[in-house]
Design a binder for this molecule. Structure first.
Ligand code: NAP
Length: 196
């Protein structure tokens, strides 16, 4: 049987329970062997909009998030490659590392709706199946022609990295929105202490 690998990319600034609930549910629903949480080195479409935490710090937080969770792995491929992060390149590298594996790119509905703005998105369509994750009650992303497309529903958790950064800056509670190991790592690294 070919390996079935989920590729869940993100800025993860910081990673939160919404990301983790998505990753474990997609892994279960699609019987994936594992899900890589791929930390974007330079999320080029977000650059200039705000200060983005260093990639190494975000990777460290993702490692803390997935430690001990079966089937979830932190992936540093885009950081090792350096420069702007293009999913097409990441899929090519993963395909080389895991010959014959079936790749599934996991995306929230907002990210899925923007897929044709991605660099060389046709290559993404050739190399992977898109898993568009719908949160109940939210607008589902319509399948984009030319892509193999699966829609899945996961529990809706109204958590966002934007809100978490604001909470951490203001000293408001983040308990149960991010895991304790992630919070420990955020504090150790001194992230989100200053205004963006
Ligand atoms: P992000 O903000 O860190 O989010 C990561 C993923 O988690 C997104 O799919 C997001 O979906 C989802 N998510 C956020 N909050 C959630 C919640 N509460 N519950 C469940 N899921 C939640 O990452 P991003 O910066 O948008 O990047 C997403 C991926 O797209 C990355 O791999 C990035 O490299 C890739 N991308 C690639 C290109 C390219 O040129 N190849 C261009 C842009 C992005 P929503 O978007 O729906 O919130």
């Amino acid at each position: 049987m070919p390996e079935r690998i989920g590729v869940f990319g993100g800025t993860f600034d910081p990673p939160h329970v919404g990301h983790l609930v998505t990753a474990v549910n997609v892994r279960y629903d699609l019987a994936l062997d594992r899900v890589h949480l791929v930390v974007a080195n330079q999320p080029w479409q977000k650059e200039g909009s705000r200060l983005i935490s260093p990639a190494a710090a975000r990777l460290s937080a993702v490692r803390a998030a997935v430690a001990g969770v079966a089937g979830l792995e932190a992936c540093d491929l885009e950081i090792v490659r350096g420069g702007p992060s293009y999913t097409a390149d990441t899929l090519a590298t993963l395909g080389g590392l895991h010959p014959g594996a079936e790749l599934f790119v996991i995306l929230g509905s907002d990210a899925a709706a923007g897929i044709t703005s991605w660099e060389r998105y046709h290559e993404v369509a050739e190399r992977a199946t898109i898993v568009a994750v719908d949160r109940p009650g939210a607008q589902a992303a319509a399948p984009v022609p030319g892509f193999r497309w699966v829609r899945l529903e996961v529990p809706r958790l109204e958590v966002s990295s934007t809100d978490l950064r604001a909470r951490l800056r203001d000293g408001r509670p983040v308990d149960y929105l991010i895991t304790t190991p992630v919070l420990d790592e955020v504090r150790r690294l001194g992230l989100y202490a200053v205004p963006e």
